[in-house]
Design a protein around this ligand. Structure first.
Ligand code: GAR
Length: 202
């Protein structure tokens, strides 16, 4: 069977992009990373893609009349490369139906909380400030809402009494680094199915 072809969307540091690229390089994940999509030309993830030998579609949203206009181009690029799975890994933009409807069931997102708690920006900070004792990481399919699609897998991370956003972040990142490649592996193996809101893994 041909390897699953994935595209990773990211806006910033790219530690999740790196975890995927490393897993592929080490032979732990049998997919091909066809493309990085990045909306911030100066983001460190762009450099990581270059080092990993992954092509990048980098754009500045200000150069386009609308979100739909650049998303049309992204969809063209994904189709040209026959991408099977889109992985949102720290892509900090709301998507329009142009991408969401083209890739429903073929697009996943990683989020640094136990959804549905703390969706949106600064999820790690939100959890610390709220005072929950356990937070974590979620990988879910993407629908039209904010971090609201069917949940595939979650890992919990304990919050210590003296934790701050800064002290908790590395433990969240460590959990992300395990969870995201493992979910991609399951999808590549054809082990994941969606039934409404419920996702089953066999
Ligand atoms: C990750 O923690 C990811 O879960 C989060 O952004 C970070 C990106 O880090 N995503 C969201 O908050 C999406 N709502 P990275 O660029 O180092 O992979």
């Amino acid at each position: 069977m041909a390897a699953l072809r994935i595209a990773v969307f990211a806006s910033g540091q790219g530690t999740n992009f790196q975890a995927i690229a490393d897993s592929v390089r080490e032979g732990k994940l049998d997919v091909t990373v066809e493309l990085l999509v990045c909306d911030k030309p100066s983001a460190p993830v762009v450099e990581r893609a270059a080092k990993a030998g992954v092509d990048a579609f980098v754009f500045n949203p200000k150069d386009y009349p609308s979100r739909e206009a650049y998303e049309e181009l992204i969809v063209q690029e994904l189709r040209k490369r026959q991408v099977d799975l889109v992985v949102l890994a720290g892509y900090m933009r709301i998507l329009t139906p142009v991408i969401v409807e083209s890739y429903f069931g073929k697009m996943i997102n990683i989020h640094p909380s136990l959804l549905p708690a703390f969706p949106g920006m600064h999820a790690i900070r939100q959890a610390v400030e709220y005072g929950v004792k356990t937070t974590g990481v979620t990988v879910h399919y993407v629908d039209g809402g904010l971090d609201s699609g069917p949940i595939i897998a979650q890992t919990s991370v304990e919050i210590m009494e003296d934790d701050t956003e800064q002290s908790l972040t590395p433990r969240i990142q460590a959990a992300e680094k395990e969870l995201l490649p493992s979910v991609i592996r399951l999808i590549a193996a054809g082990a994941v199915t969606i039934n409404g809101r419920k996702v089953s893994i066999r």
